[in-house]
Design a protein around this ligand. Sequence first.
Ligand SMILES: [Zn+2]
Length: 463
Amino acid sequence: MIFKEKNRAAGFKPGLAAILCLVVVIGGIWLLISKFEGERPQVEIALTSRFMTANSEVSGVVSDSKSGIRRLWIGLMKDGHETCLLEMPLADQKPGPDRSMKRIPFKFRVNTKELGISDGDAKLILTACDNSWRNWWKGNRTYLEKEIVFDTKPPVLSILSTMHNVSQGGAGLVIYRVSEPCAENGVQVGEDFFPGHSGYFQDPQVYMAFFAVRHDQGADTEIYAKAVDSAGNLSKRGFYYHILKKRFKEDTINLSDAFLNRKLPEFQGVEGWKAEAPPVEQFLFINRELRRRNNETILENGKKTEPEILWTGAFGRLPNSAPRAGFADHRTYIYQGEKIDEAYHMGIDLASVEHAEVPAANAGKVVYVGDAGIYGNIVCIDHGLGLFSVYAHLSRMCVEPGARVQKGDLIGYTGMTGLAGGDHLHFGMFIDHVFVNPLEWWDEAWIRNNVIAKIESLQPNIH
Ligand SMILES: [Zn+2]
């Protein structure tokens, strides 16, 4: 019995050894397969553009899901000379939270002064190796090259025009030259930026920028030209300017129940409309929220401007008309003897006969035809280089978006659509995204002094 047991135990031993052997072999194969994994490290490098400034940040992530990162090297090849920018593992490089090196974010700065790098073309070179036993224990290798350009010099901005006298609510023109192509350049007026346009002068680096000073911007508003090159280097250049103070009218508008009862139903269905709210609350919604939205609808056309001057001479006004309200009039709204609201009127109201023909104020391209809430039916015309005219409260419109019009062409008929109490034309003008006083553009002498003379004085000097 004991012998038998012994025998059985003795017989069992070779079997156990075989299993152990198998486990060892399988384990060994598994180890070899995993140790000899063939997946290359993944590299993501974040560069906003191929241009680098005097002090650019480079960031990215290097990862290897199998054996983990063993080595990362990032360098720069410039004029045949190699410079190391980042080497890893560094002495202070800690493995990730899982204590492996499977995903390692990196970030470093390239300071051209510190590294003695001059402007021009260069190559960013990156190599990463993992912990695989492949390639004689050197691991799988990823190699990456990126063409870059060092541009550390901001563009040179030269102001060519003189005499920049601008009225509150008025327009101005600056002509300037940039020393290199700049995607973004123009005039900054306080918080507002007005882009410049090239192409008028033979030199493609000469730009014109029409700009506006808001009716409520003071004489101390900062105005300067600016340009940003492809690398992001910024140049600012001040110029002589003077902001002329203007007095704008105060106006009182008495809201009658008859007017509210007639007008409010027209706005039912606009987004945010409260059908159950009292009439005054409904009016306030129209005068504030809808006015803001409708101004946006008009002013967002500013980005669609043609890169050339489409107009000539003074702008026309509605024939045989009398002004009813002025630009930037400060309106106080009274209901049942109490002030309930206030607003600025950003155009000029002109009254003629009912359904009077509305001619285009000057040559241009129609950019918007349709409803604009409180402004009713409108037509918006681009006159080029960011200058626009807008015709509101029309009863009928007879142009299509995209149409080219000449000064005097019939574009529609006056009416009282939108928040209008009677038949009239609301005529507005704007530059890029800011309403300006149309009086200037109706004035031949103002145009001559502030636009034409500036362009003509420069034409002979520019080639
Ligand atoms: Zn108006």
